[in-house]
Design a protein around this ligand. Sequence first.
Ligand SMILES: [Zn+2]
Length: 248
Amino acid sequence: MTTDEPASACRFLKIDLHTHILPKHLPDFAKKFGYGEFIQLQHLEDGRVNMMQDGKHFRTIECNCWDPQARLRDCQRFQVDVQVLSTIPVMFNYACKPEDTLIISQYLNDHLAQVVAEQPRRFVGLGTLPMQAPALAVQELRRCMLELGLKGVQIGSHVNAWNLDAPELEPIWTVCSQVYLIGLIDSRIGRGGAGCRHLCSSMGHGDRRTHVQVLVSLAHWVRGIKDDNDHVLVLLECLRKQPSPCAP
Ligand SMILES: [Zn+2]
């Protein structure tokens, strides 16, 4: 079986919704913008890469983070038909100048689109947006969906001091309601109970009926369930109240 064929013979596709990806090389954004603690990639002799942030080790990654062929071999090994690709949340850069975050988002989204275009049956892409500047986020969201062929976006569980129900973010949800997309909420910063609280406060207010076209997936919430049972009960109640996308 070649790597561009589905990994399993099952009539349902096995889709891994939460797989992060980076380009093999990143520009020196700190040098380009003249400030900031942007991630830099330090290639090691053994083929792995250290992600460095402001000179400090953030994480070590292996070639399956950037090499599509290595990813396809992993898919074959675990019988995964499709990987949904998204950037590593430390690349959100919501605290930076909006125009700089837009440049980084465009760089990452262009790379994502290129990887998907080479294996359209095996990879689906979720873009990243400069969420701290909703007008720019809307602009990049439209580009992701209409020009790059991505299928959705991955966002954080909050945007700096905003929860996801902040009125400032409403223009983004309005566009989301106009295109059917996949949303992945990755709570890198607010893992566990804190992340769970952010999501509860987002879903517990406002009228989300206009946003039912968004298929939302949550990442890293298991610890939240363990740490924060009360908020999980609130979350489940909020989800129960959501109208079904299939309802007439
Ligand atoms: Zn993640």
